[in-house]
Write a protein that binds this ligand. Structure first.
Ligand code: FAD
Length: 449
């Protein structure tokens, strides 16, 4: 059944797919910079921030652990965005709890990684008084429950609620005129010079809606690679989905640890970080996330949402990158290790016990909210950075992983500036005094990544 919308509601200058923190930030900047730009924000759910943007650790990550060469864009986007989020939170009383993070070394070998982190912290623009290297006794004096060989203490890591941030920006974007097309999933899509036609299906009653736009932004998170493939783009890439699970830690033990405790990643080329002990913005403590291989971006329980989904996921094209991984013994043993920590609470607890020995499985009685990370792979394995793919009149953002929520304000400005540089918004007039400036958000400062 086709739903007829008035003509003026079906044609837009820009259609943005994805109502997560990235799509909302892009829609926000566009509506702020161009008063006369008509924008549709298309989202499969009826509200924004229903997936990864609310289902994460909730940390503003400072970029000490990001290699400035291999993860340059993520490092620079998080550094710039830290100040943007901080000023916004301060002006509008949004949640902002600077609790700090210890990233700990579990062995003398890992202590060497801390020296890299110290260099990267400076290279990525952190102030010298924001971080400190501590030996095991230094850590013990501040966090008596933690056992390690040393740590970097990043003092400005901050707990926030990214769902709250996304909804806040969404309200601003809506006031600027962005039209929310919620509850519709992109089913088909076609692109020709200067025009995109998006065919949507309602998740509620199956009705069909057509939208056309002069330009399209694909910020669909775990759904973005499927959209590029529908357009015949990014065919060298495919993706895998890893569910990150959490367990809440009971009091009175929980409050004995006052900062986030992360451990240095052992397998840097894979998306398997060991679970951390984290402080939530609510003040609650949790352990997690692990990284359990599942078959879709929305599999919050079990292995797949639908029957046979796992088979179609395994055999979707291109096959090469997956074949390489699934014949790699290290990868397979890590996958099993992560699954074990999903099936067994004791196995999950044991991973954190390595550095918080007094944590007991009896303190873990309720699961936290799981989220799914979507990692893009090609023939060289896991891709370390976000990927931008341009179509004839579209841009697609793939592999937008952690610290993607931290970096969203600057990264989204960077995407919009790319659209402007390529002449896709040439017919629109810039607003002389964008409202973002009243919040201290200066577009030109944010875009230089
Ligand atoms: C376990 C975990 C912990 C994390 N912790 C942190 C952290 O502490 N700090 C940090 O900075 N980052 C963290 N991240 C990363 C961060 O959460 C993500 O980088 C960020 O939320 C991605 O935002 P997004 O808008 O791209 O994706 P999403 O929030 O997933 O939004 C994409 C949207 O697109 C919609 N969509 C998908 N397909 C379609 C379709 N076909 N049609 C219509 N709509 C569609 C979806 O419904 C979804 O709402 C974490 C991620 C995970 C998984």
């Amino acid at each position: 059944m086709a739903v007829q919308l008035p003509q003026k509601q079906r044609e837009y200058d820009v259609a943005v797919i994805g109502g997560g923190i990235l799509g909302v930030s892009i829609a926000y900047w566009l509506s702020d910079l161009f008063d006369d730009c008509s924008i549709a924000l298309i989202e499969r759910e009826t509200k924004v921030a229903r997936h990864t943007s609310s289902r994460n650790t909730g940390m503003i990550h400072r970029p000490f652990y990001l290699n400035p060469e291999k993860k340059r864009i993520f490092a620079r986007a998080s550094q710039k965005s830290y100040y943007l989020w901080r000023d916004l939170a301060s002006k509008y009383s949004l949640t902002w709890k600077p609790v700090g993070t210890f990233e700990i070394a579990l062995s003398e070998e890992q202590v060497k990684t801390l020296d890299h982190y110290k260099e990267w912290a400076s290279q990525n623009g952190m102030n010298y008084n924001e971080f400190e290297i501590l030996d095991s006794n230094g850590v013990k004096s501040l966090e008596p429950q933690v056992k390690c060989a040393g740590a970097i203490f990043s003092k400005t890591d901050t707990c926030v609620d990214y769902g709250e941030f996304t909804n806040f920006l969404f309200d601003k974007a809506s006031k600027n005129g962005v039209k929310f097309v919620g509850g519709y999933e992109v089913e088909r899509i076609s692109e020709f010079e200067g025009k995109n036609n998006v065919h949507l299906r309602s998740r509620n009653d199956g009705s069909i809606l057509q939208i056309s736009s002069n330009y399209l932004v694909n910020a669909a998170g775990g759904g973005s690679i499927d959209i590029t493939h529908k357009l015949g783009l990014a065919k060298e890439y495919t993706d895998l989905h890893f569910r990150g699970e959490y367990w809440k830690v009971d009091e009175p033990f929980a409050s004995k640890v006052t900062r986030n405790i992360y451990s240095v990643a052992r397998f840097k080329e894979y998306p398997f970080l060991d679970p951390h002990l984290i402080v939530r913005a609510s003040g609650k403590r949790e352990i997690g996330p692990n990284a359990v291989l599942v078959s879709s971006p929305f599999t919050y329980k079990g292995l797949s949402e639908k029957r046979l989904q796992i088979i179609s996921k395994l055999f979707e094209r291109p096959l090469g990158p997956k074949l390489k991984l699934f014949t790699n013994e290290t990868f397979l043993s890590l996958v099993w290790h992560e699954w074990r920590s999903s099936i067994s609470k004791k196995a999950m607890c044991a991973r954190v016990k390595e550095f918080v020995p007094a944590l007991d499985v009896s303190y873990l009685n309720e699961r936290g909210l799981a989220g799914v990370r979507n990692s893009v792979i090609d023939n060289n394995g896991f891709v370390p950075e976000a990927i931008l793919v341009s179509g004839k009149s579209s841009i697609h953002i793939l592999n937008y992983n952690s610290p993607g929520a931290t970096g969203a304000p600057a990264f989204s400005a960077y995407v919009v500036s790319k659209m402007m540089d390529e002449g896709h918004l040439g017919n629109l007039k810039r607003t002389p005094n964008p409202r973002s400036q009243d919040d201290g958000w200066k577009f030109e400062d944010a875009t230089d990544l």
